[in-house]
Design a binder for this molecule. Structure first.
Ligand SMILES: Cc1ncc(COP(=O)(O)O)c(C=O)c1O
Length: 419
């Protein structure tokens, strides 16, 4: 048998088929601000509509539509648990945003903090995974900062080793930076953090749109992301290891005790229709995986879909990086090459002699959606000395973007650089 006969044929992604799932893509705008907010799946919007028009009642009552509504919300939790590979459905805490969930988490941790406890945060996180931890200083916590090495655009593990000690209680880091795009080795970090007797909280907002989340493989104790970056609505999920969540006090009414997961961390109702809508994300990954020939467990099928998405995104990203590398006035803020899945297709750069805003506004005229600024990773932008440019220009790619859109983007960027 020849090599070509034995090689397994990997079907390529049918981008027209993928785009048909996202009605907004028909607008003609080239959406490259996906790390800001991704386009929404029709099947997500349909579910929200269905919930609101058929079961918009309070859950938990005995009449039929309330029972149906309860089942839908529980099914949504089940689907999120499978999406992230949680061991128990009760480990899924839903909320309005990652920032809000991080705030709730740190408020729940606050009473357990003692004078001199140490918390490590990075200078590359979105403020969402920094600010709440800093508030723990009011209970006597000491904050240590783990800095990105500007030469390698990575968080050096030897620096972490020097920061960790027996007083360390928490390390808060991002799975992937929403500015520089670097993917951090969270499982390796988790091993070191746990060896020091501390816990790890991971912000996966910039990671989850591009890979199949696996909270167990991540090694984290807490893992959080927002669905509006993952083709869903403005809604978020916090996964926490069951034992850890059980150790927290309740933030809810006095009769919802610390043993009641996840309600003790969900004060008030969660948003039922958005919870139900989010099932469409799981459904989409599964459907596409099966269309690509996958079989096996749901997660195995979803994995096939996301592997195809990642290959497509990497191809688009490398095309953009190659263009940027060819321009002497451009400085890529992040890894300039994709190698061994080291970065997300979120590409930031600055242009010598130009304000980032001017480049972005030029692109606006051509129906190309990119953006500039610090993206609330303000400490990183300041530490890298990029305020003088008004922050970075960020192009963030999603799997539904096309090669033609990248060509359109680079053609117009060429003009913007000359302007
Ligand atoms: C990496 C990262 N973390 C956290 C957030 C905040 O998410 P939310 O708007 O859901 O609070 C963002 C939003 O852009 C983000 O990019």
């Amino acid at each position: 048998m020849t090599d070509s006969m034995t090689k397994k044929v990997v079907p390529s992604l049918d981008i027209a088929r993928i785009r048909s799932e996202f009605p907004a893509l028909a607008s003609g705008i080239a959406y490259f601000d996906n790390a800001g907010g991704a386009q929404v799946l029709k099947r997500v919007a349909d579910r929200i509509y269905d919930y609101l028009l058929s079961t918009s009642v309070q859950i938990g009552a005995s009449y039929s539509s309330s029972r149906q509504a309860s089942e839908k919300v529980l099914a949504a939790r089940r689907s999120m648990a499978e999406l992230v590979n949680a061991q128990h459905d009760e480990e899924i805490v839903m909320g309005g945003s990652t920032t809000g969930l991080m705030y709730l988490l740190t408020q729940a941790i606050l009473p357990g903090i003692c004078e001199g406890d140490e918390i490590i945060v990075t200078n590359s996180d979105h403020e969402s995974n920094i600010g709440g931890w800093l508030r723990l200083q009011q209970a006597g916590a000491i904050i240590r900062i783990w800095h990105v090495d500007p030469a390698t655009m990575t968080l050096p593990l030897d620096q972490l080793d020097r920061l960790l000690n027996k007083r360390t209680k928490w390390v808060a880091m991002t799975h992937a930076s929403n500015v520089i795009g670097t993917i951090n080795p969270v499982a390796e970090v988790a091993t070191r953090v746990h060896a020091a007797g501390a816990r790890l909280c991971v912000d996966a907002v910039a990671y989850a749109p591009h890979r199949l989340v696996d909270v167990q493989a991540s090694g984290a104790d807490v893992y959080v992301f927002s669905f509006y970056k993952v083709y869903g609505p403005h809604y978020a999920v916090l996964w926490g290891k069951r034992d850890f969540l059980l150790s927290l006090p309740s933030l809810n009414h006095h009769f919802i005790g610390p043993e009641i997961l996840p309600y003790k961390l969900q004060p008030g109702n969660v948003n039922f229709e958005l919870s139900y809508g989010c099932m469409g994300i799981h459904d989409y990954y599964l459907t596409i995986g099966k269309e690509l020939g996958a079989s096996g467990t749901n997660r195995q099928c979803m994995q096939v879909a996301l592997d195809h998405f990642a290959r497509h995104e990497d191809m688009l990203c490398e095309k953009l990086l190659a263009f940027l590398r060819s321009k002497t006035a451009v400085r890529i803020i992040g890894l300039a090459h994709i190698e061994n899945a080291n970065r997300m297709p979120t590409v930031s750069f600055v242009v010598d002699g130009k304000q980032s805003e001017d480049v972005v506004r030029f692109m606006d005229q051509h129906q190309i959606g990119i953006r500039f600024g610090d993206f609330y990773a303000r400490r990183l932008i300041e530490d890298l000395g990029l305020q003088a440019y008004g922050g970075v220009i960020r192009v963030s790619i999603a799997h539904y973007n096309t090669e033609q859109e990248i060509d359109r983007l680079t053609d117009k960027l060429e003009l913007a650089l000359q302007a």
